[in-house]
Design a protein around this ligand. Structure first.
Ligand code: GAR
Length: 189
């Protein structure tokens, strides 16, 4: 059966784009019913529109309750099975997450529980640690927290700058999110 997903983005939307491209390349039985954002000028919304995917702007400017109510409405009206957070920089409430337990995924550019938050790559870079990576996990009500579905390491090489390291992290993200999402869909269907 077709798995229906919604994707939330706040910015560039390259993880959303990678998922959409993997679905098309593999002719996977997964349908992206909407891409929504708390940020009306998110590049990710433009990318989604170019691909003919319905988009929505979430009214987070009127507060978290209003923004989240709009996500809930989309969820119910479009009848999605999973919500995929792809660079969505808002914390969902425990109430929302509790209603959709095991149905919300997130990606983070570090090896959680290390370096959670909005600056995972920068925080790792400044730490001097040798290895970071990417995590895909189920979402609970804490930031960048919940059962881990997949992790992949990315090592800091001596010739790396933060820019080259960041590019390596994103390249891994663009493969790992789809892999983990696909595996998870298999697990729950
Ligand atoms: C990604 O690196 C994602 O892991 C990160 O935001 C970026 C979004 O990029 N998410 C977090 O830091 C969550 N705490 P994108 O808009 O190009 O997909």
């Amino acid at each position: 059966m077709t798995c229906k997903i919604g994707i939330l983005v706040s910015g560039r939307g390259t993880n959303m784009e990678a998922i959409v491209d993997h679905i098309a390349a593999e002719k996977a039985d997964v349908q992206v019913l909407f891409v929504a954002s708390d940020n009306a000028s998110a590049a990710g919304l433009r990318l989604a529109r170019q691909r003919g995917i319905p988009t929505a702007v979430l009214p987070y400017k009127d507060g978290r309750a209003a923004g989240e109510a709009a996500v809930e409405k989309l969820w119910q009206e479009r009848g999605i099975d999973l919500l995929v957070l792809a660079g969505f920089m808002r914390l969902l409430t425990g109430e929302f997450v509790g209603r959709h337990e095991g149905r919300i995924l997130n990606i983070h550019p570090a090896l959680l529980p290390k370096f959670p938050g909005a600056h995972g790559i920068e925080d790792f870079w400044k730490s001097g640690e040798p290895v970071s990576g990417v995590t895909v996990h189920l979402v609970d009500d804490k930031m960048d927290h919940g059962p881990i579905l997949a992790q992949r390491e990315v090592a800091r090489e001596s010739e790396d700058t933060i820019e080259t390291f960041e590019a390596k992290i994103h390249a891994v993200e663009h493969q790992l999110y789809w892999q983990a999402l696909k595996d998870y869909i298999k697990r729950i269907s």
